[in-house]
Write a protein that binds this ligand. Structure first.
Ligand SMILES: Nc1ncnc2c1ncn2[C@@H]1O[C@H](COP(=O)(O)OP(=O)(O)OP(=O)(O)O)[C@@H](O)[C@H]1O
Ligand SMILES: [Mg+2]
Length: 333
């Protein structure tokens, strides 16, 4: 398949004016400005196929938003190449704009004073959305994002969660083939987050919308992405399935037993240790490279009377923390 988005050695260097301290410094800077180079994105190459949902993650300042801005044509790359649907997104900005939608979680693109429905009507006009299709989409979006009660509310009066739902509807009303979402769930409660994730999933499943998602919320990633790209200090450090990271770094798993009786001792098998113990519950953590869940369970059940047990998934948050802390450097991916 032909990639819908492709970057080759994409880089962005910002020039920041350097100022020496004090008045003398300020004067000097005025007459002979000097610049520091800040490499925000450093030679990133990847390709995205149509219909993928890719999580683009990394610590604060890693270069995520800068990449998104180059993909959308807002920023011009310093070097390297970016192609979106075969076009240069900056040079062919108008043509590109028809095919994409962008949401920046921290700011709204809607008209502040207009009632939401008026904003939507305008967006639909600008993008020439066919009227019957518009009506269909409006009904569909209203249902999934629960917009019914918001249609006549001006954006300025909306809460953060309401604004974000409105924003997503307006961004997707022209049915773009690619959506860039830069922290779409930032600051939102769990219920709104769920709704937004459902909506993104629905658009992707229904229309094959390609999604690039940056987020610090790993719940978003778990819910939506099969593939993740991790960047660190502007460089790509991982590009591949989420499951691979989990397997590689999710070395430890936990198994919790509910006990039928409380007066019993348990000797953990090799590769496992007790990490929590309550009156009728005990949790063992085990190293998957040394033993298996069934071995641990069998060993425990031969020693104690077990009423029930549960196995936890590897914890993505701790895995990603390890990776951000440089764990990937020790392994070749
Ligand atoms: N317009 C600009 N001028 C100068 N430096 C910039 C500019 N925009 C971004 N930077 C710098 O580039 C680096 C990458 O910033 P970017 O916003 O892409 O990070 P990010 O990964 O989106 O971080 P966050 O998770 O905090 O949103 C940062 O060091 C930032 O200070
Ligand atoms: Mg950012």
């Amino acid at each position: 398949m032909i990639p819908i988005i492709q970057t080759v050695n994409l880089s962005k260097v910002f020039r920041e004016p350097r100022k020496d301290p004090g008045v003398a410094g300020a004067v000097k800077a005025l007459f002979r400005p000097r610049f520091d180079a800040k490499v925000a994105v450093d030679g990133i190459s990847f390709a995205v196929e149509p219909g993928e949902i890719v999580g683009y993650i990394g610590v604060n300042g890693a270069g995520k938003s800068t990449t998104i801005k180059m993909l959308t044509g807002i920023l011009v790359p310093t070097s390297g190449e970016v192609r979106v649907l075969g076009r240069d997104p900056h040079r062919e900005r108008v043509a590109n704009a028809r095919e994409i939608g962008v949401v920046f979680g921290q700011r709204t693109q809607l008209w502040w004073d207009l009632a939401f429905i008026e904003s939507l009507n305008l967006v639909a006009k600008i993008y020439e959305v066919e009227p019957t299709r518009y009506k269909q989409l409006l009904d569909q979006f209203s249902e999934i994002l629960e917009l019914q009660d918001l249609l006549h509310v001006p954006i300025r009066n909306m809460s953060l969660g309401q604004k974000m739902r409105a924003e997503l509807a307006a961004t997707l009303i022209h049915e773009p083939r690619i959506v860039y979402l830069d922290e779409p769930t930032i600051g939102l409660d769990l219920i709104v987050k769920d709704r937004i994730r459902e909506f993104i999933k629905h658009q992707n499943r229904d229309k094959g919308t390609t999604v690039i998602l940056t987020t610090h919320d790993l719940g978003d990633i778990e819910e939506l992405c099969q593939r993740v790209i991790i960047i660190d200090a502007g460089r790509l450090i991982y590009d591949g399935p989420l499951s691979t990271i989990k397997e590689r770094f999710g070395k430890y798993r936990e198994i919790t037993f509910q006990l039928a009786k409380c007066d019993c001792t348990l000797q953990p098998p090799i590769g496992a240790e007790i990490v929590a113990r309550e009156e009728r519950q005990v949790t063992l953590r085990f190293d998957r490279t040394l033993t298996t869940a069934s071995q641990v369970a069998a060993s425990a059940m031969s020693q104690i009377e077990v009423a029930d047990f549960s196995l936890s998934e590897p914890d993505l948050a701790s895995i990603v923390k390890q990776i951000y802390n440089g764990a990937l450097e020790q392994v070749t991916v």
